[in-house]
Design a protein around this ligand. Structure first.
Ligand SMILES: Nc1ncnc2c1ncn2[C@@H]1O[C@H](COP(=O)(O)OP(=O)(O)O)[C@@H](O)[C@H]1O
Ligand SMILES: [Mg+2]
Length: 309
């Protein structure tokens, strides 16, 4: 198999703070990979190293067949990075932004116009093409931002939290865009704090926590890692929820709170489910459900911290 991104033993510190403590990552050509982790986990740091904006401290980092330290200019020619902060010019129209980027990337005027037209079509921005970007919705602006990264046909696309800050509609639009990119054969590495997003978009997921890749695989493989069944207890109010949580934690269960529910991973045996119900016997529980672990449960088990809301 050909890997477009190959990272081995990557380390990076800022001063005394070790951010990446030896991470390994591989992205097969033409696939979408997600680097999943909470705020501050080191996602942006990783993506910056892969796109030559930061130097690795140790480790081997190859992107599109080139070592990022030995051949940074070649890596830059083969990649595009769309960051958390948009690079579009709001005063210009969508089409003008794309043509300008094409000219910056040394396309002829005619080639830049043609490329802009093709990208506007591909990203469903034809109707808005000649309006100023200032009038675009968040999702449209983000799509244009991704399109700008594709002007010179990169082999690999880094998307750093492509949907953070978007409303649900904008998020869905960007999801569709990434899905189409994947179908077109571009290799994509995206970062996200959202399990649902990784589950939905990525062929493979690497969970970044504590400076290491805590686990990697498909969403199903990650879910299978923790095995068992998750017991969901639905409580009537916040007080009951807090009581149930502290009782469960006292007995060594690791529970996750979502709305007025407590999700508790168990081994799935009737004995353990019964034991858990006995632990919270003093608390009024409205309803009990048993389900397969979700990625949220996996995240809790791997990172020992709550999922960002
Ligand atoms: N240039 C820098 N100097 C010092 N610390 C930094 C720098 N960039 C990032 N950090 C720290 O590194 C950690 C990881 O940051 P980052 O890669 O931005 O995380 P993420 O993108 O996952 O939220 C954070 O603790 C952050 O404060
Ligand atoms: Mg970041």
């Amino acid at each position: 198999m050909t890997y477009t991104v190959e990272v081995e033993g990557l380390r990076k510190s800022f001063g005394d703070t070790v951010v990446l403590d030896g991470i390994d990552l591989r992205v097969a050509r033409g696939t979408v990979a997600a680097l999943l982790g909470p705020n501050g986990a080191g996602k942006t740091t990783t993506v910056k190293i892969l796109s030559t904006l930061l130097r690795p401290e140790a480790g081997r980092v190859h992107v599109a067949g080139c070592d990022v330290l030995a051949r940074p200019a070649e890596v830059r020619r083969r990649i595009s990075l769309t960051g958390q902060h948009a690079t579009v010019d709001e005063v210009l129209t969508g089409r003008e932004n794309l043509v300008m980027m094409g000219r910056l990337r040394h396309l002829t005027k005619a080639a830049a116009r043609e490329r802009a037209g093709a990208l506007l079509e591909r990203f469903d921005l034809v109707e808005a093409a000649d309006r100023r970007v200032a009038t675009y919705s968040g999702g449209m602006a983000r799509r244009l931002d991704i399109a700008l990264g594709l002007v010179d046909d990169p082999a690999v696309l880094f998307l750093d939290e492509p949907t953070t800050g978007l409303d649900p509609r904008g998020r869905r639009d960007v999801w569709d865009t990434v899905g189409e990119l994947a179908a077109s054969g571009v290799t994509v590495l995206l970062t996200t704090q959202y399990l649902e997003e990784a589950d939905r978009l990525a062929d493979s997921i690497s969970v970044l926590a504590g400076g290491r890749i805590a686990a990697s695989g498909t969403a199903d493989q990650l879910k299978a890692l923790i095995g068992g069944e998750t017991v969901e207890l639905v409580l009537p109010d916040a007080g009951a929820l807090a009581s149930a949580l502290s009782l469960a934690e006292l007995r060594g269960y690791r529970a996750r709170v979502a709305d007025l529910s407590l999700h508790v991973p168990t081994d799935g045996t009737a004995a353990e489910v019964r034991e858990l119900l006995e632990v919270v016997a003093g608390v009024p529980v409205l309803r009990v459900a048993v389900h397969r672990p979700t990625l949220d449960d996996v995240f809790l088990a791997l990172t020992e911290q709550a999922v960002p809301a």
